[in-house]
Ligand binder design. Structure first.
Ligand code: AMP
Ligand code: ZN
Length: 429
């Protein structure tokens, strides 16, 4: 099922030509922004000299720091009265990153979500419960407007309490949810404890899961626990929020809407392009935004392009699920570790539950606290020790560092609304 079939299946030469046209328009638009005007002067590049996508590499990168330094509206490319909406992303430190939307930007963002809904088989007959935080975070409103475009009945639940979520699902027959992976796990535990079997007792069939990195193992666990199909949903505030890239029904990588975003994968250390299909940092240029387009934005998200056509017929290229962020790499006793590696190991062990926390303390001590699954402990302490040793050994084999492992009761680790905080670093290095 397509929302905009012609655009979604545009052949490569036509897509390249459209990208070039929109890139030129964007660069011209950005000449109004002092920050970019300065950058163009530095590189000596004139917009009319951009003749191919390869010329994109002559343009400067934009970083999160650039957004913060130009806060609140230094990167605005239209007049204030053309702005219809503001979203921000707070991140971990300092000033937020602000993103403005014009009327057309609000509409385009919704169109891209509508494409995603259609390509995962969602129709106007579906009931969509948005369990993401509303407010400045894009996961609320941007998704909401997209779902309304498709014509679903939308329940703007927000993250709320699980009791209330369940009540809404039961009373209004929710079929599709939008949720973070950490909340999906928490919610699955909640249902299990209440004795509710989602396959039998609820109408749920699909979940759009995103806003934070998660592994294939986690996806499978969510699918099994809730009896649904999970589609990966990727986006970031700087590029509209959700709807930048989305799984199609094949669940075989996320299509990036290339009529809206030019995608590059670069070596995070050097900024140089990597070879076809190789992993690196995703860099995005928004070529269909009015209020605040960004050139070659360093997302910090690590992924790779999946080569070859997709069975669904869409021509927009696919990226692999995000394996982590180049800035969330931990260095423990000199070894580089990504939290996703730990998650992958934990989620492959059946007795291990759905929530975990990585604690770094002292000089360089790593402790992984992990919940047991609700049925993971049979009351025999010996089995607990065996499981603990198994987790330590599997982590050591994956990471080349031996962490401490603490098994804790199901439901005892903190759950955050919105994005999960998996790493607490209190080291005195
Ligand atoms: P925000 O701008 O606050 O919405 O945060 C955007 C960031 O969330 C991205 O740059 C990613 O690091 C992360 N993110 C969003 N969606 C996903 C996803 N499906 N998989 C992995 N990380 C994601
Ligand atoms: Zn596809």
């Amino acid at each position: 099922m397509f929302w905009q079939q012609e655009m979604e299946t545009l052949d490569r030469p036509a897509l390249d030509a459209l990208q070039l046209k929109r890139l030129r328009e964007t660069v011209r638009r950005l000449e109004r922004v002092p920050f970019y005007r300065g950058k163009f002067l530095e590189t000596g590049l004139k917009p009319e000299e951009i003749n191919s996508a390869a010329d994109l590499r002559r343009l400067p990168f934009t970083t999160a720091a650039d957004l913060r330094e130009n806060y609140p509206d230094g990167l605005l490319a239209v007049s204030r009265d053309e702005v219809l909406r503001l979203h921000t992303s707070s991140g971990t430190t300092g000033k937020p990153k602000a993103l403005f939307f014009s009327r057309r930007d609000v509409d385009t963002a919704a169109e891209l979500i509508a494409r995603a809904f259609c390509m995962t088989g969602v129709t106007r007959r579906d009931v969509f419960q948005n369990m993401m935080t509303y407010g400045l975070f894009t996961g609320g409103l941007v998704m909401h407007y997209g779902a309304e475009k498709v014509g679903c009945m939308v329940i703007p639940a927000g993250p709320g309490t699980s009791e209330r979520q369940l009540l809404l699902m039961q009373d209004f027959g929710t079929t599709v949810i939008h949720i973070t992976p950490s909340y999906a796990f928490y919610f699955a535990d909640f249902l299990e404890k209440k004795g509710i079997d989602p396959r039998r007792d609820l109408a749920l069939r699909k979940a759009f899961v995103g806003a934070e990195p998660y592994t294939e193992e986690t996806k499978r666990k969510i699918e099994a626990a809730l009896g649904i199909d999970v589609y990966n949903s990727y986006g970031l505030t700087e590029m509209n929020g959700p709807g930048v890239a989305f799984d199609c029904e094949g669940k075989c990588g996320m299509h990036v809407w290339e009529d809206n975003f030019v995608l590059e994968i670069v070596n995070p250390a050097t900024g140089a392009p990597v070879g076809d299909g190789e992993p690196g940092e995703l860099v995005l240029t928004s070529i269909n935004r009015e209020a605040m387009p960004l050139l070659r934005y360093r997302t910090r998200d690590l992924t790779s392009i999946i080569p070859g056509p997709c069975a669904c017929g869409r021509t927009h290229r696919r990226i692999h699920r995000i394996t982590g962020r180049s800035d969330d790499m931990l260095i423990v006793r000199g070894v580089n570790i990504f939290p996703q590696q730990i998650e992958r190991v934990l989620m492959s062990i059946p007795q291990v539950g759905r929530n975990y926390l990585i604690l770094l303390e002292g000089l360089d001590e790593m402790t992984v606290k992990v919940e047991l699954s609700p049925s993971g402990f049979d009351g025999q302490v010996g089995h607990l020790t065996e499981l603990q040793n198994e987790v330590v050994e599997k982590l050591r084999a994956e990471l080349s560092v031996r962490p401490k492992v603490e098994l804790v009761a199901s439901g005892s680790l903190p759950v955050t609304e919105g994005k999960a905080k998996r790493v607490i670093d209190k080291r005195s290095l």
